[in-house]
Design a protein around this ligand. Structure first.
Ligand SMILES: [Zn+2]
Length: 272
């Protein structure tokens, strides 16, 4: 006996408009692409923030030059000559190091170029780190001494990495015999509306609302301004601003730069 297969009559599908049929897959694709884009942006931002993954290009700034001599110290020494001697010594160390590329903020020592313009130069370069070198002065009393440096302050997007660099510098200077001023030699400087300098210790993480030095404010990379020693103090001058002293400070900056990028303080000695 033949069996009759019973089939349900096919229900006629209602036809959807082609655009409507595509809406769901398109939406899914857009969402997926969005999620991918966000993940990629987050990844590259992390990478950008991580000094050990950055291009190792360092801007060196001699804090004074041209007609700007800076402070005058014991026996008439000029700040500009000492910042230039240190900047040159640091340049020589970095140029001999295949791991790091230095760039100089001044094209020659006699160039009259205000800090704001030098900062712009750094921002236009590919530098991922910047160091502005200065000598301190207490106006001639000879009492003040020691090392201090100023990273980009809280509120600046490069604060965290600038602080990292500043801590390496302070540690190296201390190991070389410098006394550290304030809270471990790392402080924040601001200028109020009357151009008066306000100093805050590193523990003060509240953004002050005033600008800091141009050379840490607007360089577009992690930046520190170092006050190497007091050239108004004889012992300080001898230790960190004599010809040997400038070499010693440059070596401290050099070792700090290498550590900032996650390298050993000194390059491995070649076996040959
Ligand atoms: Zn200076």
């Amino acid at each position: 006996m033949p069996t009759a297969t019973l089939r349900r009559p096919r229900r006629r599908r209602r036809k959807r408009a082609p655009l409507l049929r595509l809406a769901a897959p398109i939406l899914a694709l857009v969402l997926l692409a969005g999620a991918f884009w966000i993940a990629l942006a987050r990844f590259s931002a992390q990478r950008e923030d991580d000094p050990t993954k950055q291009a190792r290009i360092v801007a060196i700034d001699a804090g004074h030059g041209g007609s700007d001599t800076g402070a005058i110290g014991v026996n008439g020494v000029r700040e500009c000559d000492l910042t230039q001697a240190t900047a040159q010594a640091l340049w020589d160390l970095l140029e001999a190091d295949p791991d790091i590329t230095p760039v100089m903020c001044r094209s020659d020592w006699d160039e009259d170029l205000p800090a704001a313009d030098r900062a712009k130069r750094v921002a236009r370069s590919d530098a991922t780190l910047s160091l502005s070198i200065h000598m301190n002065s207490d106006g001639g009393t000879g009492q003040a001494s020691g090392f201090e440096c100023f990273p980009a302050p809280p509120g600046n997007q490069y604060n965290k990495n600038s602080l990292r660099f500043a801590d390496f510098i302070a540690t190296e200077m201390s190991a070389a015999g410098a006394s550290l001023r304030g809270d471990g030699g790392v402080r924040y400087a601001y200028y109020d509306e009357n151009n008066q300098r306000i100093i805050r210790e590193r523990s003060d993480t509240n953004p002050e609302g005033y600008p800091s030095f141009a050379m840490v404010n607007s360089t577009g990379c992690a930046s520190v301004l170092a006050e190497q020693c007091f050239i108004t103090n004889e012992a300080d001058l001898e230790a960190f601003a004599s010809p040997e002293g400038c070499q010693l400070a440059a070596r401290c900056y050099y070792r700090a730069i290498r550590q900032y990028y996650g390298l050993s303080p000194e390059p491995e000695q070649s076996a040959f």
